[in-house]
Write a protein that binds this ligand. Structure first.
Ligand code: DQA
Length: 146
């Protein structure tokens, strides 16, 4: 059980080598380490999941409703632009979440400019690279403290 849950969608396991022009050179392991460190400086526990399977991600979100999770930081990756099922899962559990993207999805192809998550997210951080996750976690913690 962890109060903060950081979720990453498909292909984000390849960060570090995947299209560094869009996504930078930092690996997901490094990002998760930084977030774990940030959480450790607070009283909040943190858990992570990266999945390439939509079913696994939906089931993890369902579990978050009852496992003590209080806030989700989510980079849905390509599911941002396709997944009504994941949107519905987040709406169903009703937990606050921040949507994060490494690249600025609004400055890219038209098909990336629509998100199925933004209008139900507490906030969206897009285009700030790996720093975006740290900013999102800081905002999440501040939200829980307020
Ligand atoms: C992404 C942007 C998406 O369009 C893309 O499919 C990703 C990563 C980002 O972090 O910039 O996989 O979510």
């Amino acid at each position: 059980m962890a109060e903060l849950l950081v979720l990453n969608g498909p292909n984000l396991n390849l960060l570090g080598t995947r299209e560094p022009g869009h996504y930078g050179a930092v690996t997901l392991a490094v990002i998760e380490d930084r977030l774990a460190q940030l959480a450790a400086e607070t009283a909040y526990s943190i858990a992570f999941l990266q999945s390439n399977g939509e079913r696994e991600m939906i089931e993890r979100i369902h579990r978050a409703a009852t496992d003590g999770t209080r806030f989700i930081v989510f980079n849905p990756a390509a599911w941002t632009h396709t997944s009504i099922a994941l949107r519905d899962a987040l709406a169903a559990v009703g937990l606050p979440f921040i949507e994060v993207h490494l690249s600025n999805i609004h400055a890219r192809e038209k098909f990336r400019q629509r998100s199925y998550f933004s209008d139900i997210a507490l906030g969206v951080i897009t285009g700030l690279g790996a720093l975006g996750y740290e900013l999102a976690l800081t905002a999440a913690i501040s939200h829980l403290q307020s």
